[in-house]
Design a binder for this molecule. Sequence first.
Ligand code: KIV
Ligand code: ZN
Length: 391
Amino acid sequence: MAASSEKLIIFDTTLRDGEQSPGASMTKDEKVRIARQLERLKVDVIEAGFAASSQGDFEAIRAIASLIKDSTVCSLSRANDRDISRAAEALAGAQRKRIHTFIATSALHMEKKLRMSPEQVLEQAKLAVRFARQFTDDVEFSPEDGSRSDMDFLCRVLEAVIAEGATTINFADTVGYGVPELYGNMLKTLRERIPNSDKAVWSVHCHNDLGMAVANSLAGVMIGGARQVECTINGLGERAGNTALEEIVMAVKTRRDYFGLDVGIDTAQIVPTSKLVSQITGFAVQPNKSVVGANAFAHASGIHQDGILKARDTYEIMRAEDVGWTANKIVLGKLSGRNAFKQRLEELGVELESEAEVNAAFARFKELADRKSEIFDEDIMALVGDEQQAH
Ligand code: KIV
Ligand code: ZN
């Protein structure tokens, strides 16, 4: 059990890694709208894009940097002077800015992709961080494919970049290869073995290829001591996506007894942000998605509906309204019980004179529910109208 009450930094990369999802590219105006909403959500860092990747992304980062006041605005850059200069230029107007530079450290990536020796990668990482520090004192370094990298080499690189002034070290599970306990322990080992590790904030960045991005991120926090989580709205991201912001935030808040960490997020903005991102990207949210799925707070079984009506805690560990849903949603159907039906009548302002009338209406409702999978308020009004006419 965690005893501390430190802050967990929420770094949102919907506009950068999220946008790397095939088909999710956004215009400058769309990015600005999402950035404003992320500020309302009170994320600590907004990774607004990758300035050197295109003129459009450069312009979007510049616009976001000039508008956003409460969150740090960040741009990604490869570990070279040109990328870093573009990032610095795009971020020039920001109230608080961060340059995030990265280079791959796994043997596979260095040899096959970069065609560089480990010593060259080490040197380039140091030079990149040193150069980035000329523009801001908030510099993040990511060893790309970190979770598949050799630990001795990682220790050398990360110690060196911290010595050059990197203030955040982001342990990237680029291809979603991590397993919670192993990933968390790798981070722990790095922090223990690197002599200057306490000079940086440690961060997790996980992909969801094996469906473990959230679990890996939380293991990185609890086992590895990370105090920043990189995530996206709705888990949007390359391939199977990134760690979902809404799941991290609600896990840490709902199980504060275990995590012992605070997040600065305004949770009532979670659903509006999810809807905005879904609407802009055209990526629908699956109904059973945690926290933001349409069914996340819906109760269809009679037993559950009855429990919820008696005490919400029976089947709800979070409040729908706390994450921005307007109300919890009892879906009336053939499994619904009399109590749920009666409660809906009251909500609709229908007053039946006697329990016998309620029973009769409930019987008609059950008949209808056998023929129709979901009963809407209009159906109930019609049904009660019939019932009243029968008198
Ligand atoms: O997945 C990854 O490795 C990245 C880095 C650029 C941090 O997105
Ligand atoms: Zn990524």
